[in-house]
Design a protein around this ligand. Structure first.
Ligand SMILES: Nc1ncnc2c1ncn2[C@@H]1O[C@H](COP(=O)(O)OP(=O)(O)OP(=O)(O)O)[C@@H](O)[C@H]1O
Ligand SMILES: [Mg+2]
Length: 468
């Protein structure tokens, strides 16, 4: 069921409940008040009649004209009265009652003998209800002299209530219908932007992620929805672009060694050759295979890391021992190109982490420093602590990185033009892995560099809490 219909129905049923309850309560209260008024006025009239008759001193009653001339208040048009003898027979009755025969009920008679008044309702066919009060007139409080009965027709009250009822039964549905129409209209108006968003979202889902919902909406619920939606599409677009880029980069990186291998193999197979030629080609192919295997390994690692499938151990690791170890390996790496790797300041530092991964991180940085150094260059490794942080820096005097590229080098497969001209070796995955390792250790990695002058890579890791 569409939201608009549901909203209108909810609203309508809530309103109907309120209106009907309100009408019923109003009707019941009005009816009761009207009846109470009648009773009150009957009691008053009866009391007046009783007082008048008692004042009269219980002279024998002659007839009604006589009585009415003495007590004009008994001649009220809207009421009739009757005076009964204690035996229940009518002695005097007012003229406006002539139409009906209203006998004194047994109950009224009994109540009168008890010295009390009784209110009753009677009904004659095709006549409005009658409300009656029967009050005793006693001599010295115990001798029943007469019974005065005052009555009134409920006709006007019944009429009033009937009109009121008709008014309610007409007005309530009209009010309900008008409000439902207004509710339907308002719900439609409120939901119109949602329809627009749905249409736009369908267009975007159709494949064009560059589309955005362009709507000038106030910063209300709908405005926030549009903003959230646009942000979401923005992020989706970025990650799709990244995935596409990644896939094309990965294919490209793998195609190069394959092309080399194919070309060399085809060439050597073109005619019969001495054994050494095959040997050379196979050796070169093996090199390319190694290269591809490394790329595939690194890609696999990164995609498993993306999925959260790489487990990191959390054990105490002594950084100074690790750095010294890396220094030894790097010295060997640098020997070929007469690059000197030296240790600067080294202080003891312990972190919680995975030693193998931290080793990989540092080795990647030192390898880069050596790889992108010029011959006879110098690479310095420092390890210091600052507050609760261990800071490892690797500084070289190599080719450096242009400011524009400094934040890109951590992206997968990104290699600067300078790096490409400097050396063919490298796929651009090393630093992506480094930054993942640093982040999973709750640390970070940053770079400071000047093109042609050298670079400093800094890794910050939280120190292990001191054993208590
Ligand atoms: N010490 C450095 N000096 C200058 N440029 C650097 C240095 N370290 C990294 N770079 C730049 O950052 C890029 C990315 O480095 P990264 O280690 O990710 O890849 P790589 O060294 O090219 O390849 P590999 O995946 O084999 O490590 C490098 O290609 C280079 O352009
Ligand atoms: Mg590298």
């Amino acid at each position: 069921m569409p939201l608009r219909v549901r909203l209108t129905l909810w609203y309508g049923s809530a309103l109907a409940t309120v209106l009907i309850t309100f009408s019923v309560v109003l009707y019941v209260i009005t009816a009761r008040n009207l009846r109470d008024d009648v009773d009150e006025s009957l009691k008053e009239t009866a009391a007046t009649a009783v007082r008048s008759l008692e004042e009269r001193g219980f002279l024998p009653l002659l007839d009604e004209e006589d009585l009415l001339s003495q007590f004009p208040e008994l001649a009220r048009i809207d009421k009739f009265f009757q005076i009964f003898s204690p035996s229940g027979t009518i002695t005097i009755r007012s003229p406006n009652i002539k139409r009906y025969e209203v006998p004194l009920s047994q109950k009224a008679l009994e109540t009168a003998f008890l010295g009390q008044s009784l209110l009753e309702t009677t009904k004659y066919p095709n006549e409005p209800q009658l409300r009656l009060i029967s009050a005793p007139i006693t001599y010295r409080g115990n001798f029943l002299y007469y019974i005065v009965q005052v009555g009134t027709s409920m006709e006007s009250i019944e009429d009033t209530l009937r009109h009121f009822f008709i008014l309610l039964t007409v007005a309530v549905p009209i009010a309900l219908a008008v409000s439902l129409a207004a509710g339907w209209f308002l719900a439609g108006r409120a939901l119109r932007p949602v329809d627009a968003i749905t249409l736009a979202a369908q267009r975007i889902a159709g494949g064009d992620l560059s589309q955005r919902l362009a709507m000038q909406t106030a910063p209300d619920e709908i405005g926030r929805l549009v903003e959230t939606f646009n942000n979401m599409i923005g992020r989706l677009e970025a990650s799709f672009r990244q995935i596409r880029q990644f896939t094309s980069d990965a294919s490209h990186e793998l195609r190069t060694p394959l092309t080399v291998m194919k070309g060399e193999t085809e060439l050597v197979l073109r005619r019969a050759r001495p054994l050494e030629d095959y040997h050379t080609v196979l050796e070169s192919n093996l090199e390319e295979i190694d290269r591809m295997a490394r790329i595939v390994d690194e890609l696999l690692f990164l995609s498993r890391a993306d999925m959260g499938a790489v487990k990191i151990e959390l054990l105490p690791v002594s950084l100074e021992a690790l750095v010294e170890d890396i220094h030894r390996q790097a010295t060997v790496l640098g020997q070929d190109r007469t690059i000197e790797v030296v240790l600067g300041t080294i202080v003891p530092a312990r972190v919680q982490g995975d030693e193998l991964r931290l080793r990989e991180l540092l080795l990647n940085l030192v390898e880069n420093a050596v790889k992108y150094s010029n011959p006879k260059g110098k690479v310095t490794i420092n390890l210091i602590t600052e507050g609760q942080q261990a800071i490892i820096s690797v500084t070289d005097q190599g080719i450096g990185i242009a400011p524009d590229n400094q934040h890109k080098i951590f992206n997968r497969f990104f290699r600067t033009v300078e790096a490409r001209t400097h050396t063919k070796k490298g796929t651009g995955l090393g630093l992506a892995i480094c930054s993942w390792i640093a982040e999973t250790h709750k640390g970070c990695i940053s770079v400071q560099s000047e093109l042609g002058q050298g670079s400093t890579f800094t890794v910050t890791l939280p120190l292990a809490p001191r054993p208590a």
